[in-house]
Every structure is written in C-alpha cells, then in structure tokens.
Design a protein around this ligand. Structure first.
Ligand SMILES: Cc1cc2nc3c(=O)[nH]c(=O)nc-3n(C[C@H](O)[C@H](O)[C@H](O)COP(=O)(O)OP(=O)(O)OC[C@H]3O[C@@H](n4cnc5c(N)ncnc54)[C@H](O)[C@@H]3O)c2cc1C
Length: 506
C-alpha cells in the first residue's frame, strides 16, 4: 500500500526526558511525524514531579541555568519560551554555609560577590575577577566545538568554528585538575572548595576532572540562573506543550519493548524499521532513543556485542545521589531557594564517593526549597518542601537501605546544628530515592545522574555518538550521549539529533 505520508518521515522517540522532548519538537517543526513513548505517566524523565501530602517536589534537577538554550529551542520553531513558562532571574543564586559559621551568598552581581568574598575570606577581589574571565575564556573556546555539534560527524570538522576552537585548545586548561587550578587562583581553602563544587554539576570529582570544567562558573555567573514558576517540572511540561502544538503525539505509560530492525546482511545488523510497544509493532523510519545507552543496547536491541556498547560499559559513570524529600511544618528565614552546607574535608568526601564507593561520612548537603521562590504553592503557608541531595557513588551493589539511613542521620545532625533545633521533629512527610531507585525510575545506568563522568580528559570524546553507524536510522539523545548530562546539555543534544535526522532522513 502506498504510504500517503511518504515524504514525511515517521519518527519514534523513546523517552520524554528533556532531550527526547527537544528532539521531538524540533523534528515536528520540520515536518516529521513524531510519536513519543514513555513508560512514566508524563513528561520530564529525571525532571519529574512528586506530591506527598500538602507538599510538591521536583524529583531530580533543581538548578535552572542557560535559559538561552531553551529560548532558542522555542524561537527556532517560531514560539517564545516565556509564553509557555515563567522564569525569574535569581539575584541571590545560592546560600553557602560552613561549620565555622562562615556564610556567603553567590550572586549574579559578581562585583558584589567579589566584595563579599573579600569580607568573608579576606580574598583579594581581583582573584574572583581573574577567575571568572578565565572561566569565560574556556567557555568561548569550547562551547561551539563540544556543545553545539556532534563530535562524531566529519562535517563538524569542516566548519570554521571547529578550526578556530582547535587552535585555541591548549588554552582550555585540560592538563591539570580542577582542584589544582582552583588552588592557584584562590588563597582561601573555603573558596577553593566553593569552586571545586562545580565538578558535581556533571557528576565528576574535582580532584580528578580536568580544569576545563572550570567553564561551569561562567555559565552560572556570566549567564545567570533562574527560578522557574511552578518548579523545574514546568520546563518539560512547557516543551511537551510546544511539541503537542507542533503535532507530536505522546503515549505515556507505554514502555518500548524492542527496536525493530531489518534482517542483518553479511553479519551486519539491518536498519531500523520500527518499535514494539505493548506487544504491537509500529513501523517507523527513524528511532531516537532518549533511554540510557546501556539499556538501549541491552534491552531494546539485545545487542551486547556492539563495539560502542562494550566500550561504553567500561567507562566510569558519573556520580549518583541520595535524595530525601522532606515536607517540614516550619519555616526557615535563613534559607533560600538553593542552599549548600559544606563538609569539612572535601577531598576525603570525594575519595569516599569515587574511590571507596560509599556515601561520605560527612556529606556536603544541598537543600532546594522551591516554595521559597517561584513555587510558593509547593508547601503550606507554615511549611517548606525540602529537596535534600547528597552526592553518592553509582550503584555497585551497596546496602542502600543502610547507606540511606546512615546518611539521613548525618544530614539531620548537620541541619539541626545549623538551624538550632531538632529538624527531624518538623518533618511531616518524607520519601527518598537511592541510586538503584534512580535507575529503576529513569533507566539511568547504575543510577548515575549525568551519564559518564568527566574525570578523564578524553571524556568529551568518549560519550556515545548521537547517530548510530551500526543501525542506520537509530539516534541517541540524553545524558548518556553527546554532549552529556544536565538539562541544557540534553536540550542541545536534541538540536544536534534533529539536525542529523533532518540531514539523513529529511
Ligand atoms: C537527583 C538529580 C539531580 C539533578 N540535578 C540537576 C540540576 O540541578 N541541573 C541540571 O541541569 N541537571 C540536573 N540533573 C541531571 C538532569 O536531570 C538530566 O541530565 C536530564 O534531565 C536528563 O535528561 P534526558 O534527556 O537524558 O532524559 P531522562 O531524564 O533520563 O529521561 C529518559 C526517559 O526515558 C524513559 N524511558 C527509558 N526507557 C524507556 C522505554 N524502554 N520505553 C519508554 N520510555 C523509556 C524514562 O522513563 C525517562 O522518562 C539531575 C539529575 C538527578 C537525577
């Protein structure tokens, strides 16, 4: 039978995570017929939403940066991000607490921050100025090359931007670690710790990861952070609404069981021809997997002999996290939207996570409270919704109930000392998420938050390519594929994949 939509390729997207949503919206805008399948009951993947009694929580990401990436997604298809979701630039970005009583607030106003750092740490304000200009330089050199294009397509290497980035690569500080570079820039140990924390923005270890990751402070201070009205989950909701407006069909509560391919020829796998969902086959021309690379090969292709799969399995995953969702019937004026309570010994914290595979004895505690800014309805008027995140190793078969109990006690002890009362007594509702639960809920390999870690200099080149050469018609988007994890990065991945699909199946 003749296909009435012959010139309009059919695309199945497996997963309504942010990367899958971005690719789906863009492809619908260029005339593809797009169906998105997700086994969860709605969009967002890791950026899901959960309600416990009177309290709502974002389940995963909490810090919203690089808004221009989202603006561009909407602008490229003729819409405005701001028409779909409201955001407010944060003046105070995060409040930082040390055990010795030091308190500082990070701010988009970097001059004010330099003065605050001088007061709190006695640090010369010029140190911050020089650091941020260095961070901005790394961003200028690397963003075009590493974030906006596939690193696995010859066409990337034919662009002018590539060559101008390439000649400047020696200036991206790839030969020393982040921690070593930060020791050179700042005299005060607490300030070194402050900037070492940025390694955790992609699940890496500041004592191993190359100093190139010092690009991240530029993203936060040079470009800003925003509060999202309604909480982070409003972001995937907005992209989903955009995609629906452009004609994308969503199928929730439907797990894709298999990616179907044509018969193999001369020992090589065939090309993609469809997906199997709920026991039924659906014919498509293109499949975009927003599921983790490992589960795509193991479960959806049942192909564990693929070279890229075997290589990927050997790479070190990014760190995972222990998340506690606490609804507290009490308000804390000293806390803001984002709060960090630093441990005393950062080096040993990362050693325990990355080398010993256990949760730190004295963890740095992150507390996000959306009811403070952007989403006042997320908690009752006399309460707060605490999303508490502690960095943890990826799942290596640890006793996670014991690890979570031990960590919960350490966090409660710390918070009670900081706030001057027994915090546990204010908890009205609670739940938690361990690394195996992160894997069970989102399919993320071993519960890693951001795909593979960036602890090696080569990590950027080792992420899975966005286009499969082994299976023509198969594409990868999301944290485990290029350019890596984090909300803006997977949305950039959606653009790379949409461009590749349009080029090869337009
Ligand atoms: C606790 C935590 C904190 C984080 N904090 C931040 C932060 O502050 N800022 C930031 O930028 N990033 C943060 N991140 C990372 C960020 O959430 C992720 O990088 C990003 O959301 C991943 O998007 P993705 O496109 O890879 O899809 P994912 O979110 O991984 O979603 C993949 C989707 O695919 C679906 N799926 C998988 N297999 C199938 C199948 N067979 N059939 C159908 N559906 C399937 C899953 O159900 C899921 O919905 C955090 C993550 C976590 C978990």
């Amino acid at each position: 039978m003749k296909n009435p939509h012959r010139e309009s390729p059919r695309v199945a997207v497996i997963g309504a995570g942010l990367g899958g949503l971005a690719a789906a919206a863009r492809l619908a805008a260029t005339g593809h017929q797009v169906d998105v399948f997700d086994r969860q009951s709605g969009p967002g993947g890791k950026a899901f939403s959960e309600t416990l009694g009177d309290y709502r929580f974002d389940t995963g990401p909490s810090l919203f940066t690089l808004k221009p990436v989202f603006d561009r997604l909407f602008a490229d298809v003729g819409r405005r991000f701001d028409d779909y979701v409201t955001t407010t630039p944060l003046d105070t970005i995060c409040s930082y607490f040390w055990r010795d009583g030091t308190r500082v607030h990070s701010s988009r106003d970097t001059e004010r921050m330099a003065q605050d750092f001088a007061r709190a740490f006695g640090e010369d304000p010029d140190h911050l100025r020089r650091y941020l200009s260095y961070s901005g330089r790394i961003h200028r050199i690397t963003s075009h090359l590493f974030l906006e294009h596939s690193l696995h397509e010859w066409s990337t290497y034919a662009t002018r931007g590539f060559w101008s980035s390439l000649v400047q690569l020696p200036r991206i500080d790839a030969l020393r670690t982040m921690a070593r570079a930060n020791e050179r820039f700042f005299d005060d140990r607490r300030l070194q710790q402050f900037f070492n924390r940025y390694a955790t923005y992609n699940g890496s270890d500041p004592y191993q990861t190359p100093a190139t990751l010092n690009i991240i402070p530029h993203v936060e201070y040079g470009m800003g952070a925003w509060a999202v009205h309604g909480g982070i989950h409003a972001v995937p909701r907005a992209i989903e609404a955009l995609a629906r407006d452009l004609g994308v069909r969503f199928h929730y509560g439907q797990a894709v069981e298999r990616i179907l391919t044509t018969a193999s020829r001369r020992g090589r796998p065939g090309r993609v021809r469809g997906v199997r969902v709920g026991g039924e086959e659906r014919a498509v021309d293109v499949v975009i997997s927003n599921a983790d690379v490992v589960s795509t090969y193991e479960r959806l292709l049942e192909d564990t002999s693929a070279r890229l799969y075997r290589r990927y399995r050997k790479l070190e995953p990014s760190s995972s996290g222990l998340v506690f969702y606490w609804g507290l019937r009490r308000r804390h004026p000293e806390l803001g939207l984002h709060n960090i309570f630093f441990s005393d010994d950062y080096r040993s914290e990362f050693r325990q996570i990355f080398r010993e595979g256990r949760c730190p004895d004295d963890p740095t505690v992150y507390v996000n409270i959306t009811a403070k800014e952007g989403a006042p309805g997320d908690a009752p008027a006399d309460g707060e919704n605490w999303f508490v995140l502690v960095n943890a190793p990826w799942d290596q078969g640890q006793d996670w109930e014991a690890e979570a109990d031990r960590t919960r006690r350490a966090v409660l002890r710390r918070m009670s000392v900081e706030l001057g009362y027994d915090v546990e007594s204010a908890i009205e509702v609670e739940s938690r998420m361990t690394p195996p639960e992160i894997q069970a809920r989102t399919g993320s390999h071993l519960g890693s938050l951001y795909g593979i870690s960036s602890n090696s200099t080569m990590a950027a080149f080792l992420r899975h390519p966005n286009r499969s050469r082994r299976y023509p018609g198969l594409y990868f988007v999301g944290g485990s594929a290029h350019p890596g994890g984090g909300m803006p990065l997977v949305v950039l991945g959606g653009r790379i994949v949409a461009e590749l699909v349009t080029r090869h199946h337009g």
